[in-house]
Write a protein that binds this ligand. Structure first.
Ligand SMILES: [Zn+2]
Length: 264
C-alpha cells in the first residue's frame, strides 16, 4: 500500500509510544522497524515547502546532503493530499487527519480546531515539543506546545530559512526540545516570486540543502531526522517540473550529533 502524508503523524506517535485517536493515516512500519535498531534522543521534522518527488529527482546534486541522508536511511515517495496548499497540507502532516477532518485551511483555523497536532499530543504526554515557523503560525501554536518560535521574513527568504535553522538548533540545545517541526520555504518562495529559470529553482534548493546540512552537523545529540514536503511545486509556470506526479519525498535518517561523535 502506498504511504501518504496522513501517515507521518501516526508514525511519529508510534515512535513516541502512543496512538492518535481516530486518525486517518497509519504508521509506516518500515520507519518504525528502522528506528527500533537506532538510538536517538530527539526527533526533527523538516517540511520543505513545494518539493515534489519528481522535482526532488531533478534536483539531484542540488539536494546532495538530503539525498545522502536518504541513502544512509530510508526514502519514500508518499502521496500528497489535495488541496496541495501549504496550510491544509501541513495540517495533514501534523495531525494524521484528512483535510475534511482537520479543517485547517488557513492559519487562523488553528485557533478553533479541536484536532490536536502530533506536537500537542506529544507535549501532553511529557515529550517537550516545539515548532519554528513564520510568525502567524507560531502565534497560533503558542500555549499549545512547549516552544513556538515565530520568524519574520525581513531580509528575504534565504535569510529567513537560515534563521529558522539557527533557532531550531537553539531549541534543541538550549530548550531541551525532543520533538521539533520546522518549515523551510526557499523553493516555494522562489517559484512564486523570483524564479526566471531552472537555475533559480536549483539555487534555492541548494540553500535548503545547505541549511539541512548545517542542522545535521549542528545537532548535539543523536537525532532522528525526517524531511518531507507539503505539496509538489504548485506555481503554474513551474508545475511541469513535477511531470504530473503528485507525490512528495519522505527522507528518514539518523544523525549522530556533535557531542556523541566527540565522545567516540
Ligand atoms: Zn507550500
Amino acid at each position: 500500500m502506498k504511504h501518504t502524508q496522513l501517515d507521518i503523524a501516526p508514525t511519529i506517535s508510534a515512535l513516541l509510544g502512543f496512538e492518535i485517536p481516530e486518525k486517518d493515516g497509519n504508521e509506516i512500519s518500515e520507519i518504525v522497524e528502522f528506528c527500533a535498531k537506532k538510538s536517538y534522543d530527539q526527533i526533527l521534522l523538516i517540511i520543505v515547502d513545494g518539493l515534489g518527488a519528481e522535482l526532488y529527482r531533478k534536483l539531484n546534486g542540488a539536494l546532495a546532503h538530503i539525498q545522502a541522508l536518504a541513502k544512509d536511511g530510508l526514502f519514500f515517495e508518499i502521496h500528497s493530499l489535495p488541496p496541495r496548499i501549504t496550510t491544509p497540507n501541513i495540517g495533514t502532516i501534523l495531525t494524521g487527519y484528512a483535510p475534511e477532518h482537520h479543517l485547517l485551511y488557513e492559519t487562523a483555523d488553528t485557533y478553533y480546531t479541536p484536532i490536536k497536532s502530533i506536537l500537542e499530543l506529544a507535549s501532553e504526554r511529557g515529550t517537550k515539543s516545539g515548532i519554528v515557523i513564520e510568525q502567524a503560525g507560531a502565534k497560533a501554536m503558542l500555549n499549545r506546545v512547549d516552544l513556538a518560535i515565530g520568524v519574520e521574513n525581513l531580509h528575504g527568504i534565504i535569510d529567513y530559512d537560515r534563521r529558522i535553522v539557527d533557532l531550531a538548533l537553539k531549541a534543541f540545545s538550549l530548550e531541551g526540545i525532543k520533538l521539533l517541526m520546522i518549515h523551510l520555504r526557499a523553493i516555494d518562495n522562489c517559484s512564486h516570486h523570483y524564479a526566471k529559470a531552472w537555475d533559480d529553482i536549483a539555487f534555492s534548493a541548494r540553500t535548503i540543502d545547505k541549511n539541512c546540512e548545517r542542522l545535521c552537523y549542528g545537532l548535539q545529540k543523536p537525532t532522528l531526522v525526517l524531511v518531507t514536503s507539503d505539496h509538489p511545486i504548485h506555481v503554474e509556470k513551474w508545475a511541469h517540473l513535477e511531470d504530473n506526479d503528485q507525490d512528495v519525498p519522505l527522507v528518514v535518517g539518523c544523525v549522530s550529533g556533535t557531542s556523541t561523535s566527540k565522545e567516540q
